[in-house]
Design a protein around this ligand. Structure first.
Ligand code: SAM
Length: 287
């Protein structure tokens, strides 16, 4: 099969299959030939590993994963791409394409059913950007038996995800990700590496999933509600932001901050993971 990152090959496939890009599905296909091999290598595709891919497109990354991994399962929402993938991945016997919405599918079951002989399972994907956060959070929150998530995201999202908790660049997503994983930015990818080129630059990040969350937050639901309330009004003092959306009363917020020895005038974005976990443990006890 000719190189799937070659623009002429892509155009030929599109013409023969009557395919046109859907902006709504975040279809920007990789045409920079160096990106997919690098992603596959750094994403943990090896002879003992299974890889779950979300959004294979015409299969450019899928093929690189299949060359290295024991088994690849790729979930694609766009039905029009199924006959394309059948053609482009015909040479591989270790690939299964599943038609479905990665946000709706039971991914735990997909993993259970498909990766029996694999020592570990990794996720590796060039994500549709319109669902970056929900996909990443679904992967992490469902506590899937996966070791890492290596994904292409908007550069801005990569910066937010990899920011230090307690820095101005951090947000609710930063905190949630640091609770479940160790994130790092692997490399940047320019808009010109895609067809059609998106309006933004991109980056590949890798999240190494922690076997257990590294922080005791008391009640997890309260921790995430606290983070949501705090960051929904991030410029306000904690005394105020913790009451947003009715999360705590003014009295509860004052008591929690005093019990945890955190200034009521501090902002949530200045708290590191230790302090966020401490505050959450104390709120878990009083609310
Ligand atoms: N992997 C290909 C590449 O790198 O060239 C395509 C990546 S493109 C950015 C995103 C892909 O995700 C598209 O093929 C799109 O149809 C698919 N997609 C969009 N929403 C999806 C969803 N909810 N579940 C599964 N796939 C989805």
């Amino acid at each position: 099969m000719a190189s799937l990152s070659d623009i002429g090959t892509i155009k030929d496939i599109m013409r023969r299959h009557g395919f046109s890009f859907s902006k709504g599905l975040g279809q920007n296909f990789l045409v920079n030939p160096s990106v997919c091999p690098r992603m596959a290598e750094l994403g943990g595709a090896n002879e003992n590993a299974g890889v779950l891919e979300i959004g294979p497109g015409i299969g450019v990354l899928t093929a690189e994963l299949a060359r290295r991994a024991r088994k690849v399962v790729a979930v694609e929402l766009d039905e029009r791409l199924l006959p394309v993938l059948e053609e482009t991945l015909a040479e591989f016997t270790n690939v299964r394409v599943i038609h479905g919405d990665a946000l709706q599918l039971d991914l735990a079951e997909v993993i259970r059913e498909n990766f029996a002989g694999c020592e570990s399972v990794a996720v590796c994907a060039n994500l549709p950007y319109y669902i970056t956060s929900p996909i990443i959070m679904t992967l992490l929150e469902s506590r899937l038996p996966i070791t890492s998530v290596t994904v292409m995201v908007q550069k801005e999202a990569a910066d937010r995800i990899c920011a230090a908790v307690g820095s101005r660049e951090s947000g609710a997503l930063t905190v949630a990700i640091h609770y479940y994983a160790h994130p790092r930015l692997l490399f940047k990818v320019s808009a010109g590496s895609f067809m059609p080129p998106p309006k933004v630059n991109s980056a590949v990040i890798r999240l190494d999933i922690l076997p257990e969350p590294a922080y005791d937050v008391g009640n997890e639901k309260i921790f995430f509600a606290m983070v949501k309330a705090g960051f929904s009004q991030r410029r306000k003092t904690l005394a105020n932001s913790l009451t947003s959306g009715g999360f705590l009363t003014k009295e509860q917020a004052a008591k929690a901050l005093s019990d945890s020895d955190i200034s009521p005038n501090a902002r949530i974005e200045s708290l590191d993971m230790e302090n966020l976990a401490l505050l959450s443990r104390i709120i878990s006890k009083i609310s």
